[in-house]
Design a protein around this ligand. Sequence first.
Ligand code: EPZ
Length: 432
Amino acid sequence: MDKYIIKGGARLVGDVEISGAKNAALALLATTLMTDEKVVIDNLPDVKDINIVIDSIAEIGAKVDRRDRNTVAVQADDIYDVVVNNEYVKKIRTSYYLLGALLGRYKYAEVTLPGGCNIGSRPIDQHIKGFKALGAKVKIEHGMISADAREHGLVGNNVYFDVVSVGATISVMLAATLAEGKTRIENAAKEPQVVDVANMLNTMGANIKGAGTDVIRISGVKKLHKTEYSVIPDPIEAATFMMAAVVTKGNILVKNVIPKHLEAVTAKILETGSIVEEFDDAIRVIGGGKLETTHIKTLPYPGFPTDMQPQFTVALCLAGGTSTVTESLFESRFKYVDELTKMGADIRVEGNTAIIRGVDKLSGAEVNALDLRAGAALVLAGIVADGFTTVEDVYFIQRGYERFPEKLRKLGATIELVTSEKEEQKFRLRVG
Ligand code: EPZ
């Protein structure tokens, strides 16, 4: 019965240290499988999804040395299985990174079809299109996807993506790195994690140019070698804490960030009337006064991130008028609206747009996390609401936010992870 229980009403003030980016680290861990030499990754976030991938690569023979909570050394010199169907991989979305990495190195791989957060249909046709363009035969059978290029090898090619996909860009980039000849990926995703993976591969001897633009050029190499690499700071965790300052009218210095990665969120926060101060590797957000309304449309980077849509919606619930949020990437990413409604929010969803009428206050309720970012949004709502809020199914939040309650408590929030009714009663008694 793990859940967060929150006593609302705090104004969050202080500093918070941002962890490494979960979505970059998931791909970097798959990348460690592409060489038989040792790869050390630090600034790794200690979150459930990362630990699942670590267990999953260990299960196929990678030697994993977890040096501390945020550092891992991986040596994949004794991989004995390229069919990844273990209990771990079934729990994650990014099995396609393992497919791209293993296909590149062994020219054959088979993994469980991706799972992950239930935010829409999440097809993988673009991954398949890319692997096929490189000469692999791709099959989906019995819940597994296989890519086979053993007969003629992987050969570089032009790949044009019909939709901008982070996952497809990275998984095809991984495979193409160890293909023969040149690959050109057009309409590539430009997200920071794409650049991070290209940077790590280049430190391992790959030849990748253009990551961060919509055309990525890869000259295949025969072998990759060891490296030591540090994951970029998590832009979504950072932006979530920026929103914590906005919704609680607080004052938070968000440390260890790359402000450039946060520009879309920063621009929208400014439109709500909050103050944002940028430093080299930190951002301060100061909230206060009635929030102004704004209109948001999620887009691939550098547009407004879909992963910040629920957290921003919480702020707009408290704005002085009507705002709209349009979700253009994942069709089922408004399920949390029903949960916010239990807390007194006034939101109507029409198609892929949420119409949000600002209310004076939210009130505590029992809500379900539903998915990772929705869960974080409901925690923010609980912190600003009157009374007690319980957020159930915190497993989703633990997938991607490192020590979330601890970081929030340091800023003044009253929040606790409780695992039994007794613990919950004790918490309620303690905080009144
Ligand atoms: C990544 O998912 C992130 N996950 C998501 O974060 C994030 O919401 C998403 O990118 C968009 O930024 C990880 O990095 C692990 P996509 P991914 O492929 O790669 C369509 C979180 O909360 N599409 O960029 O799976 C797709 O349906 C998670 O941390 C196809 O049509 O997303 C969507 O509309 C949730 N065919 C759009 O592209 C394909 O083959 C973007 O998806 C692939 C995608």
